[in-house]
Design a protein around this ligand. Structure first.
Ligand SMILES: *[C@@H]1O[C@H](CO)[C@@H](O)[C@H](O)[C@H]1NC(C)=O
Ligand SMILES: *[C@@H]1O[C@H](CO)[C@@H](O)[C@H](O)[C@H]1NC(C)=O
Ligand SMILES: *[C@@H]1O[C@H](CO)[C@@H](O)[C@H](O)[C@H]1NC(C)=O
Length: 344
């Protein structure tokens, strides 16, 4: 009996600690990661697309290299007192090909120095992975005769950004020592530094949740709709036309509406409430929420803090006080990034 009780207590403790570490998320401004160990695979540790297994939001190990940065951390994303029907953003992006589609999906994820920051997440994705994550059939990804429109509704829950990293910011002792020992001209010392303390730090992030849908078109219709929405703007096109453009008559394929966090409750709600009927057709459309205050206000409550919706990383250059060492760090890092981007 005793043994069992103790084990239970121990398990509860472990569990509580596990939860706390997750709650803490290690997603904090100023903390750093080594982009190279994760390049192509970041979606395994940053919740940006639905994942079956769990409720973690961010499980990437991050390192505290700066000291006393907290005073420069401020809430971001209009945490205004005004009550909004929907605290977030409705966004539509036209994509001429599947590459642009991935780029659009990761529009709000930036890594300083990377030309193609979305590859940090998608470099390892096969066409099947892309298709599954974006809710469309992979045949549209592998062929180049299709264009896409990504529509996304993002709910913001928590946002933090650094106003600045002052020049005289303190470093953790071990980090300062490592930099002291670094030699300008020695590539190895930069590599060692990056392996130990990272290449980039989190400058800002926003968490929350989003729902999104990809519409697939042939080039003709795509161009027509793009031109129309470009000249008039989405709010000047009447809803009937809008629903036509984003319905089965114009679109080659209507993707499934996905929930970024993979939350099943939200998925079920979407399946039930964002369905449209048009003559013989019945289909899901995220356009249904456009301008619909009742739906938006429900979604405002339904979308919780379960995924990362924006992330901005900057290089660790500010850790280097000595201008020569800083320049050397930036040069080596820049070359590595180029190599990585070419090879993956
Ligand atoms: C989720 O799990 C189901 C059943 O185990 C599996 O068929 C499906 O491919 C998984 N989806 C993802 C996104 O991993
Ligand atoms: C999906 O693509 C496969 C071939 O890649 C095709 O056989 C199948 O019919 C497609 N499904 C839909 C719903 O378009
Ligand atoms: C999924 O979302 C619903 C609605 O916001 C929420 O009540 C529920 O706790 C969430 N489920 C999980 C597993 O987080």
């Amino acid at each position: 009996m005793w043994g069992r009780a103790q084990l239970l207590v121990l398990m509860t403790l472990l569990h509580a600690q596990g939860d706390e570490a997750q709650e803490d998320n290690e997603l904090r401004v100023g903390r750093s990661i080594d982009i190279f160990t994760r390049y192509g695979y970041l979606s395994l540790s940053v919740k940006v697309v639905p994942k079956n297994e769990s409720t973690w939001l961010f499980r990437e190990p991050t390192i505290d290299i700066f000291e006393g940065l907290n005073q420069y951390a401020v809430p971001s994303k209009r945490q205004s007192k005004k009550r909004l029907v929907f605290d977030g953003n409705f966004h539509m992006e036209f994509c001429d090909n599947s590459n642009q589609l991935l780029q659009a999906y990761f529009r709000d994820f930036q890594f300083q120095g990377l030309d193609k920051p979305w590859k940090a997440f998608t470099g390892s994705w096969t066409p099947e992975t892309i298709a599954r994550n974006l809710g469309i059939n992979s045949s549209f990804i592998t062929s180049d005769s299709y264009c896409f429109v990504l529509v996304r509704l993002s709910r913001y829950r928590e946002g933090v950004k650094l106003t600045r990293v002052p020049n005289n910011i303190n470093l953790a002792d071990v980090v300062a020592r490592e930099i002291d020992n670094m030699q300008v001209g020695d590539v190895g010392s930069v590599v060692t530094f990056i392996k130990k303390y990272g290449s980039h730090f989190i400058n800002s992030f926003v968490t929350g949740n989003s729902i999104y849908q990809v519409f697939v078109y042939n080039k003709n219709y795509y161009q027509q709709i793009k031109d129309r929405l470009k000249t008039r703007g989405i709010s000047h096109v009447n809803k009937r036309d809008l629903l036509q453009y984003f319905g089965p008559v114009y679109a080659e394929h209507l993707g499934t509406i996905k929930v970024a966090s993979g939350n099943k409750t939200v998925e079920r709600w979407v399946e039930e409430h964002l369905r449209m009927h048009y003559y013989i057709f019945s289909f899901q459309s995220l356009l249904k929420v456009h301008g619909d205050l009742a739906l938006l206000s429900i979604l405002n409550n339904l979308l919780l803090n379960e995924a990362v919706v924006e992330l901005e990383m900057k290089t660790l250059a500010p850790a280097f006080k000595d201008p020569e060492k800083r320049a050397w760090f930036e040069e080596v890092l820049g070359n590595f990034i180029k190599l990585w981007e070419v090879n993956l």
